[in-house]
Structure formats: C-alpha cells, structure tokens
Design a protein around this ligand. Structure first.
Ligand code: FES
Ligand code: FES
Length: 224
C-alpha cells in the first residue's frame, strides 16, 4: 500500500553504457571549445573593468571602485564593489552607518528598504549604489536631521502605526513622498503609494489613519 506522506522511492541510476556506446567524459573538441569560452570571458571581463574605471574612477582594490554618493545632503566617498546595492552601501559602507533603512527580504518584495532617490521612493535593495552617483539619496535619517519627529512620524505614534517597527521606515518614506507631492492625498492615493510596502504585524489600518491625519496637519500648516 502506498503512503502519500512517504518520500517517493529514489530512482536507481541508469546503467553505465559499455563498449562502443560508452561516451568519453571530455573530448578534445569539447575541451578546446570550453577554453575558447573562458578566453572570451576574460576579454569581456577586462572590457567591463575598463568601462567601470571610465565611469566610476579607478579601482582602489581589486574589484572595487571609489564613488561619491550624495546622501541626506552630504557628499560621502565610499569604496565598494560595483555590484553593491544602495541598501548595503547605506548600512555597511557609510560613516556613520545608516541603519534606519531596513534589510528584510533583500529582493524587492517588502518595501522595508525604501529610500528617496531625487525625491522618488525606490527600493534600495534593488538599486545599485554606483547607479545613484549624481543623484540625491534621502534616507529616514535625512527626514529630520536634528532628530525631531516629522509630522507623519508624530502621527504614526499617535495612531499606533508601528508594532515591531521593521516596516516602519519604509512606510514613512513611501508616504512622505506621497504627501510631499500632495498633502491632500486621498486614502486611495495613500494606499496606492504604499502598495509596495508590507506590514507583517497587520498595522496597515493605523498606518493609513496616521497618513491621513498627517495630510490634514500638513495642509493646516500650508503643506510643510
Ligand atoms: S528589503 Fe528591499 S524590498 Fe524588502
Ligand atoms: S510593524 Fe511589524 S512588520 Fe510592520
């Protein structure tokens, strides 16, 4: 009798071929073809390195480049591999480290890493740091340089918009960008602005209340 919970029986390996049917592990032709691909890969790799050096300056360590990032209104030189994400650069290459931007999924599905790039919300885990050269990055730390709460952050507190808090910086950045564009944003517009942000603690209703309350407060202050 078969048992659905049991793992399927492992298939036995096929019998090795024998005699004239046996296939050699590696032919001379396959070897030279492979060597050609490796050589071509080396040439392409050198071309990419040269292009990186032209675009981002000379490499200081093998495989790294020095770039100047504009973060929260200050220029900062960092040395990193071209593959480094903006999220990684903020948290691990900046001095001091900017850890307010959270690493959760690291694959563009939760929004915890949301920052502003030239005023628009982006996933920093899906953005290469070198691609932000010449653009302005703003993180949660940059919203209130003196440490005071913004109107939206104050409303998050008043409306219990945060539980574990891991999603909070991402929501704050997404909603801030929305309210900067339009302090009179409707619930639909706010929900749309946060459509790339997940809260696993289920605080979305309070977050939306906080966003609407912040919008009203900003309108009363003339949008500031
Ligand atoms: S950490 Fe970037 S989207 Fe989740
Ligand atoms: S408050 Fe915990 S994930 Fe949103």
């Amino acid at each position: 009798m078969s048992d659905a919970a049991s793992p399927p029986e492992a298939k036995s390996s096929p019998e090795p071929r024998s005699g004239s049917q046996a296939k050699p592990a590696l032919t001379r032709r396959a070897f030279f073809k492979g060597a050609g691909v490796v050589a071509a890969g080396g040439v392409i790799g050198e071309a990419v390195s040269a292009a990186n050096a032209r675009a981002y300056g000379p490499a200081t360590l093998e495989g790294t480049v020095e770039v100047e990032l504009d973060i929260n209104g200050a220029k900062q030189k960092v040395t990193l591999e071209p593959r480094t994400t903006l999220l990684n650069a903020l948290r691990n290459h900046c001095n001091p480290p900017l850890t307010g931007t959270k690493l959760v999924c690291d694959r563009g599905s939760c929004g915890a890493c949301t920052v502003h790039l030239d005023g628009r919300p982006v996933y920093s885990c899906m953005t290469l740091a070198v691609d932000t050269v010449g653009h302005k990055v703003k993180t949660i730390e940059g919203l209130s340089p003196r440490g005071e709460l913004t109107v939206l952050q104050q409303k998050f507190c008043e409306h219990d918009g945060s539980q574990c808090g891991f999603c909070t910086p991402g929501f704050v950045m997404a909603i801030t960008a929305c309210l900067e564009r339009n302090p009179a944003a409707s619930l639909d517009e706010i929900q749309n602005a946060c459509s790339g942000n997940l809260c696993r603690c289920g605080t979305q209703p309070q977050i939306f209340e906080a966003a609407l309350a912040a919008g009203r407060a900003l309108q009363a202050k003339g949008g500031k």
